[in-house]
Design a binder for this molecule. Structure first.
Ligand SMILES: CC(C)(COP(=O)(O)OP(=O)(O)OC[C@H]1O[C@@H](n2cnc3c(N)ncnc32)[C@H](O)[C@@H]1OP(=O)(O)O)[C@@H](O)C(=O)NCCC(=O)NCCS
Length: 175
C-alpha cells in the first residue's frame, strides 16, 4: 500500500470508486468525485489526470487556492483514496480547511485505510517544509476525528463553519 501521483494506470479502479462516491451524498472533500459524470471520466481520463498534475504545479487553480500536492493511495492495482497536502495556509485554511484533506472510497472504509493515508501524508508535508500540520474535520465526522487522533493530533479548538453550519474541530500535529 502506498501513495502515488495520479496516473492513468488506475483508470478502471478510480472510475469504480467514482461510482461508489456518486452513490452517496457528497461532503466538502468528496464533492471532487462529482466534477464529471462516470461517462465523462471514462472519455476524458487522460485530460483529468493532466488537470490534477497541473494543480500540483499551482496551475489552473481557482482564485484564492494555494498550491497543493495530491496523492492517491493504492493497494496493488486498486485505487483506495486520495490525500491533498496544501503547501501553506491562507486565512480560510487556517480556520476551516487545514493543511491536509483525505478521503477513502466507500467500499474500503473502516479497514484502517483512513488512518494509513494520513500517516503516509505526514512525511510528505514535512518534505514540503511544514513544521506543524493543521488538520480539521467536522464535529460530526467521527471517522475523521479518530483518524486524526490516532495520528497524534492535538486538539486546539472548534470554530463555526458558516458554509455548512457544522462546527470544525482544529487539530495540530508537530512533525
Ligand atoms: C473519514 C474517512 C477518511 C475515514 O476513513 P476510514 O478508512 O474509515 O478510517 P479507518 O478505517 O482508519 O478508521 C479509523 C477509526 O475511525 C473509526 N471510524 C471510521 N468511520 C467511522 C464512522 N463513520 N463512525 C464512527 N467511527 C468510525 C474506525 O472504526 C476506526 O476506529 P478504531 O481505530 O478505534 O478502530 C472516511 O470515512 C471518508 O473518506 N469519509 C468521507 C470523506 C471525509 O469525510 N474525509 C475527511 C474530511 S475531514
Amino acid at each position: 500500500m502506498h501513495l502515488v501521483l495520479p496516473s492513468v494506470e488506475y483508470k478502471k479502479s478510480f472510475i469504480e470508486a467514482v461510482r461508489e462516491f456518486q452513490e452517496e451524498e457528497p461532503n466538502e472533500t468528496t464533492r471532487r468525485y462529482f466534477k464529471y459524470s462516470v461517462p465523462e471520466f471514462e472519455a476524458n481520463f487522460d485530460t483529468y489526470v493532466q488537470e490534477l498534475k497541473a494543480e500540483t504545479l499551482g496551475l489552473g487553480l481557482p482564485v484564492g487556492y494555494v498550491p497543493n500536492t495530491l496523492y492517491w493511495l493504492t493497494d496493488g492495482d486498486e485505487y483506495i483514496g486520495r490525500v491533498t497536502v496544501r503547501h501553506r495556509l491562507n486565512e480560510h485554511l487556517e480556520s476551516i480547511g487545514g493543511h491536509i484533506g483525505y478521503d477513502i472510497r466507500p467500499s474500503r472504509r473502516k479497514q484502517g485505510y483512513g488512518s494509513k493515508i494520513l500517516e503516509l501524508a505526514l512525511p510528505k508535508a514535512k518534505e514540503l517544509g511544514i513544521k506543524r500540520v493543521l488538520i480539521t474535520c467536522d464535529e460530526t465526522n467521527l471517522g475523521s476525528r479518530r483518524v486524526i487522533e490516532k495520528n497524534g493530533g492535538v486538539f486546539e479548538n472548534k470554530v463555526p463553519n458558516p458554509e455548512t453550519g457544522i462546527d470544525k474541530l482544529r487539530y495540530w500535529i508537530t512533525l
